[in-house]
Design a binder for this molecule. Structure first.
Ligand SMILES: Cc1ncc(COP(=O)(O)O)c(C=O)c1O
Length: 276
């Protein structure tokens, strides 16, 4: 069931009537940014963090958002009211816009806001996922661009290796998975996530700034040898919160089961989500 309305530029319009022209740089060259947040029981979760990142991605990509964050929030609230989908995912997309020659970046861009039903699973995943290593560095890694070509191209590779996802590494350094940040717990019980050249994930940020606990959760670049000594690992994203990683390249992480620290961190994170 798709939502009834989307917002394009200055208009709320029926989803099946919404369109952009084929001269858009998103279609011609894959140029654009987006952000994605969820609503639970009609409440947007970590909305300010998502808007901060959306404006940052836009600025770094030389794209202008013509609305203030307050105006954008009002538009989102109106869309939510029109669609009446309490549990949903809302995607803000800003495409390059209509280019005169299919390459030059125009002054005006296309802002598209869509909503889809999405019911968040809030319980700890006791199965976990298996990942396979792949040497790759995302381009423009600090920005949430619409370019996921490598991730989509790798889908057969993931299937052939009996894995659920890939874990990117580059120059020996561990990075992230295509749609989530990666954390490992080391033998000193430190919980570490790559510091450089990864997307500043909203769940990653909210884990790094968790309060009232005794864990050491830090940004620290680490390499493949460090990964061999992980006692636990997990990925984080808006749609998964904390998902345990039980196997990397066919080798079990720790005892090969979802870890106790991962579960404890999910409970702390859910407390923070509830405050929203
Ligand atoms: C490359 C990449 N890294 C990390 C994340 C996780 O970010 P967030 O926690 O904001 O969902 C995403 C989300 O889609 C992503 O695309």
């Amino acid at each position: 069931m798709a939502a009834k309305y989307v917002y394009i530029n200055d208009t709320f319009i029926a989803t099946d009537k919404a369109s952009v022209l084929i001269t858009d740089l998103a279609i011609q060259r894959g140029y654009g940014i987006f952000d994605f947040f969820k609503t639970i029981g009609g409440k947007p979760i970590f909305l300010d963090d998502h808007l901060d990142r959306f404006y940052n991605s836009a600025r770094k990509m030389h794209l202008h958002i013509t609305y203030t964050p307050a105006q954008l929030k009002a538009i989102i609230a109106e869309l939510m009211e029109k669609n009446d989908l309490p549990d949903s995912g809302i995607r803000l997309t800003l495409t390059g816009g209509y280019s005169p020659d299919g390459f030059q970046l125009p002054e005006a861009h296309n802002l598209i806001i869509t909503q889809q039903p999405f019911l968040m699973n809030l319980s700890f995943n006791n199965t976990g996922i298996k990942v396979i290593l792949y040497d790759y560095q995302r381009q423009l890694s600090g920005m949430k661009t619409i370019d996921y070509s490598m991730a989509i191209w790798l889908q057969p590779f993931i299937r052939e290796n009996g894995a659920d996802d890939v874990l990117y590494h580059h120059n020996g350094q561990v990075k992230e998975v295509p749609r989530a940040n990666f954390f490992m717990v080391n033998e000193q019980q430190e919980i570490i996530t790559a510091k450089s050249d990864v997307l500043p994930g909203v769940i990653r940020k909210n884990l790094l700034t968790l309060e009232n606990h005794n864990y050491k959760i830090i940004e620290l670049d680490f390499n493949l040898q460090d990964l061999d000594h992980a006692t636990e690992a997990f990925i984080t994203s808006t749609t998964k919160h904390i998902m345990p990683v039980i196997q990397i390249d066919g080798r079990p992480v720790g005892d090969g089961k979802p870890g106790k620290i991962s579960e404890a961190l999910l409970n702390l994170l859910l407390e923070k989500v509830k405050q929203h």
